[in-house]
Write a protein that binds this ligand. Structure first.
Ligand code: MG
Length: 376
């Protein structure tokens, strides 16, 4: 791999949106030119190719914009990643602009993760995926320096990870739909994307093929609370575990109404992003879906999981379409959660890391230090 095009921050950072690099150009940052005893940040855009077009309640797409990040400290490299599905409001341009503003060389201790988050908040609000990329790279770096994976540093038991769900969405072509359903065979839980016009048809097609539990993500697609309640009852009779984001994130009263009556747990996804949102979610939802690209990374995701559990809520760990880099970072938290939806790396055709594996349907955390990835 070629190291030349991996852009270091500073003046060049601003240029990066105009000259995105290809996968063949992604590589190691220039270690020898980085200041020793200081954190050296570099980054490069990388477009993720989806194996199937994503049909969501409100959009369709075949690629996901992404930025790969590296932080080097005294010859050790931490890997991080920002994935930007369009509905989150971040882009390659906004992420590279944010990263270009950061001066991590002011830090001489990569373990000052709290200070670095505070600094990032002072540089700009929002930019959650960009902050997550830095956070993931810092966790990878510090874990490597300690020689331990993060699940161990957090004191978690890797044998208690849940099964991951694998996602299918509706396809009008019956042959394509059949292929999508067959691809779910290795998984113990299947996540069905709903909120379109074919919600019951997908479940009926799937149930002809398999009786494994499903979970449902309506992606805010049900706009009537009575219809949502009817769907929850219908799904409860078809071995469904929970329903994620049934109605619009702003429909708090209707969601609370639904939660009171639903036989299935109601989980917040689009409704919440970061730690302060967890308490708010408790008013209307039974649980939360934590994703590193929303939470600004592993540091706050761990706090969110801990708070949600203390509030008696269910915790789900999700992801975007991402390489194994961000998915493996998320997997470090998997022993803390009730349900995992860590299939983002399986949904892309151009992964560039080896890391977390799904073995017999179960999230299996790599036995390597840091976030547990190696570039392939
Ligand atoms: Mg969701």
């Amino acid at each position: 791999m070629n190291r030349r095009n991996f852009i270091k921050t500073g003046v060049l950072g601003a240029l990066i949106a105009a000259s995105p690099v290809s996968i063949s150009a992604l590589g190691e940052p220039a270690r020898k030119t980085g200041k020793s005893g200081r954190l050296n940040l570099s980054f490069a855009p990388y477009e993720l190719q989806l194996r199937h077009a994503f049909n969501l309640a409100r959009s369709q797409r075949t690629t996901t914009p992404d930025v790969q990040v590296q932080i080097e400290f005294d010859g050790v490299i931490g890997y991080g990643e920002a994935s930007m599905p369009p509905y989150l409001g971040e882009s390659v341009a906004s992420v590279t602009e944010f990263l270009g503003k950061l001066d991590l060389s002011q830090f001489s201790d990569p373990f000052r993760i709290e200070d670095i988050h505070e600094y990032m908040e002072s540089v700009a609000p929002n930019n959650r995926a960009a902050k997550a990329a830095v956070d993931i790279a810092l966790h990878d770096l510090t874990g490597k320096i300690m020689g331990q994976p993060w699940y161990k540093i957090w004191g978690l038991n890797p044998e208690t990870t849940p099964n991951t769900s694998f996602t299918i969405s509706y396809d009008a072509n019956p042959e394509e739909m059949r292929k999508k359903i067959e691809e779910t065979a290795p998984y113990k839980v299947v996540k069905v994307k709903m909120g379109l016009d074919h919600d019951k048809e997908i479940v009926e097609a799937f149930r002809k093929y398999s009786d494994v539990p499903i979970c449902v993500d309506a992606n805010q697609g049900w706009n009537d609370r009575n219809k949502a309640l009817e769907m929850c009852h219908w799904l409860a009779e078809r071995n469904c575990l929970f329903v994620e984001q049934p109605m619009d994130k702003s429909a708090i009263d209707d969601t609370a109404w639904l939660r009171e009556r639903s036989p299935l747990p109601i989980i917040a996804d689009e409704f919440l992003q970061r730690l302060p949102d967890v308490k708010r979610a408790a008013q209307a939802y039974d649980g939360i879906n934590i994703k590193l690209m929303k939470s600004t990374g592993m540091h706050e995701a761990y706090q969110m999981a801990t708070l949600a559990r203390a509030l008696g809520m269910k915790v789900m760990l999700g992801c975007m379409t991402e390489t194994s880099c961000a998915v493996s970072a998320a997997s470090q938290l998997a022993p803390l959660v009730d349900w995992a939806d860590l299939d983002g790396n399986l949904l892309i055709a151009n992964d560039i890391f080896d890391g977390m594996k799904i073995i017999d349907g179960k999230v299996t955390i790599p036995d390597r230090p840091g976030i547990g990835v190696i570039p392939v």
